[in-house]
Design a protein around this ligand. Sequence first.
Ligand SMILES: [Zn+2]
Ligand SMILES: [Zn+2]
Length: 439
Amino acid sequence: MKLSKMVLMGVAITFVAVFLSQWGHLDGREGKALGIISEANAAESPAKVSPVKARTRDVYFPNSEDLGRNEMRVIACGTGMPTTRAKQAAACFLVELGNGDKFIFDIGSGSAERISSLQIPYDYLDKIFIGHLHADHIGSLAEIFIGGALMGRQKPLRVWGPNGRSPELGTMYAVQKMKEMYTWDLAGRVGLVDFRGYSIEVNEFDYKAENAIIYKENGVTIRSFPAIHALDGPVSFSLEWKGLKFVYGSDTYPNKWFIEYAKDADLVVHECFVAVPDLVKKMGFTPEQALVVGTQIHTAPEAFGKVMSMIKPKHAVAYHFFKDFDTTAAVNDRIRTTYDGPLSLAEDFMVWNITKDDIRVRMAVVEEGTWAPPLVTKPELPMKDDSEKYSKKMGVPNDAMGYSDFINEGRLGDVDEVLRGVYKEASEALGKTFEYPTK
Ligand SMILES: [Zn+2]
Ligand SMILES: [Zn+2]
C-alpha cells in the first residue's frame, strides 16, 4: 500500500513538473518549473561515487571559459569550399576579444549553423566583415540577418565589405538585392516582430585602399588591403587590439599587400586550396582547370607555405580545402616544402586562444540540438507607427499582412476545437486569458 502510494505521488509530481516545465518558457524563461523536477529527483537518488576519475580534457566547451582581459579567441565556423558538404561549412571565422567585442570574418554557406552551436547571444554577433562576394563567403548572410533577429538580435546587423569596379559589383548592391530577394519573408513579419534586428547597416569601402582603417571602436582597429581573386574587389583584413594582431585573408592569389600588412601578426589565416592532383582525382577537374583554379585563382599549398615563410607569423592557419583522411597529407606535405613554422590545418570548430605569450589550439565540442541563446535585450512588440516606418525602410508593403478571402476560405475548420483547447490550457496554466483569434 505504502509503496504504491509513493509511486502514485511520484507520478503526480512528475506530471505536474512536466506540465509546468512545458509552460516554463512562456513564463519568462525563469526555469522555476524545472527546479521542481530536479528537487524531486534529488530527494530520490542517493549520492553516488563514480569509479572513473574526472580529468581535464583538452577541448573547448562553448560558454565554459571567460576570456582574459588581454586574450583573444578565434573559432573556425567554416573552413570549406563553394561545393557544400555536411562536414565543413564555407569560409567563416569568429573573433572574440576579452573586452566583450565579437567580429565575424566572412559568412560562407552553412556557417550560420556553426555559429548557432556556440550559443552566443545574437546581440553580440552584429558585426560582419566580408572579404569578397563569392557565395562561399556570404552564403549565410541572410540566415544570420533574419534568423539572428528571430533568435534575439534586437539591433541592426552591421556589415563591412568592399566596393567593386562598378556599383553593381560592390557590397552595398549585394546586400540591397539580398533584402529585395527576401521581400516576401520580411513583409510577412510586419506587425509581428521587434523590428530593431531587421535592418542592415552597410559600410562599403574602397577595395584599393592599402591598409586603410575601416573600423575603429572600443580600442579595436580593423584595416583592409587588396587581394587578387577572380575580379577586382576582394580584400584581406587585419584586426589589432591590445598589442594582438589577427589577419584574415578571404580568397586570394599570393599578393604583395598580404606580405606587407600581415607582418608581426599573431594568428594569420590564409586560404590554401586543395592540392592540384586531388582537384583532378576527387573534384573531377580537367588538369587544365585544376592548374588554373588550384594555382592561379587560389593559393596552392606550396605557395601558402611561401607566403607564411615571408610573413613568419606566430601561428599560421590554412583553410579552404576539404580536409579528409586522403587529402590532408598532400596539403600538409606541400606546405612543408616551403614553410616549417607553427601551423594549423583548419577544420570547423578549431579554436585558437591567443595571448602575448601563448597560442593554444584546441577543438570545440559543440551541441547540435541548440535553441536560441539567452537574450541580451528584451524584445518589444511593434506599435502601428513602427510597422509603417519599417515597411517604408525595408521597401515591403505594410498592408501585405493577412490572407486574401481565397486563402482564408481554405482554412480547415475541423481543427478549431482542438486549437481552442491549446488556448484554454495556456490560460489555465498561466492564469491569464488568451482569447482565441477569430477572423
Ligand atoms: Zn572566392
Ligand atoms: Zn572561397
